[in-house]
Design a protein around this ligand. Sequence first.
Ligand code: CTP
Length: 407
Amino acid sequence: MTLLAGKTVLLIIGGGIAAYKTHDLVRLLKTRGASVRIILTKAAEEFVTPLSLSSLSGGKVYTDLFSLTDEVEMGHIQLSRAADLLVVAPVTADLMAKMAHGLADDLASTALLATDKPVLIAPAMNVRMWRHRATQRNVEALKRDGVGLVGPNDGEMACGEFGAGRMAEPGEIVDAIVDMLKPRTQPLAGRKVVITAGPTREPIDPVRFISNHSSGKQGYAIARAAAELGAETVLVSGPVSLAIPPGVQMIPVETAEDMLAATTDELPADIAIFTAAVADWRVAAQAGQKLKKSAAGPPTLTLAENPDILATISRSGNRPEIVVGFAAETENVVEHATQKLRKKGCDLIVANDVRRDSGVLGGDRNTVHLVSESGTENWPEMSKDEVAGRLMERLAGMLIKQQGPSG
Ligand code: CTP
């Protein structure tokens, strides 16, 4: 029950009706053994008082960035330095926007920008504010920065509407804190993981190309998960508009031939995961100059088959211990994936259903089936980040079983 003994949590309370739940949150954190320091934003002071929170936490509650004595004794840098984790509950849409953009104009936002500690946010807001594209963009940016998210939950809100926007319950927030502070095992330390991701771009002439809609999201999420498990992680990526995950080396490529060469250069590796949507064909004779319209009518493009990167590497003398392919299918998903497993010589195929109505392509969620010679495992729908985390845990387990722990 004292899972948080010896830990200091800096609780930043934003302005929202859910702020009243932080009384319970502080109480719970204390019973788990944590010391709690508290910052209230100006808006939060409309909902809860420094006095009640300081009686519960047994410490001072900080409210004013420009309080000179506090700046000397316990400035914003000190506050975040002394904490093991920062939790913002409730985090408002406004505070998330500030965090996502690195604004620092009060004590709360300054402490958040000055920290290198884990940060957890528990959003609470009106359902339409939560679903607004701007908010969702900010949530994505924060997740990419490694910020943890708990909630929001569905339910009736103070504004009388129903939907996602209720702050997670104090118990859930404490569980998320315990989880974030758990010492991370790094089962892939000393191992190398190479991942292909994104589309390839096959030039027609200097200004035109053949490509596809791959967003690269699943591959980038896998790279992030591999790096988090301690692997030396190399991402060979076609053109996408995604941030490079922390600790990942990204090698940008355009064509399938470049992708094959760059991936081959990264061998030997322990695990190779091929998520890229490689163009099956390239233009056989790329025009040196921009093709012009002419009276003779449109040009005829002759296509040549691209190398199969996955099949080439899985059959090479330098084959990684574990080779994983992806299969994007619109029908008979498992049957087609099983054929691909054999044709391409890989250990595992992650098959996803990419029917037009599935929302997988370009979206954030995925429903996958893990197909191997030992059978098929159907995973429930989950976020691409969760697919990535679970997949990497699984592959790390397979590698250790085959090779034993590294080093
Ligand atoms: N792949 C690859 N190189 C290629 C084509 C595909 O490395 N030239 C990899 C993909 O990254 C993926 C797997 O092979 O991991 C399956 O790709 P997919 O496009 O589904 O398979 P295809 O071989 O193109 O089969 P089909 O066109 O019949 O769906």
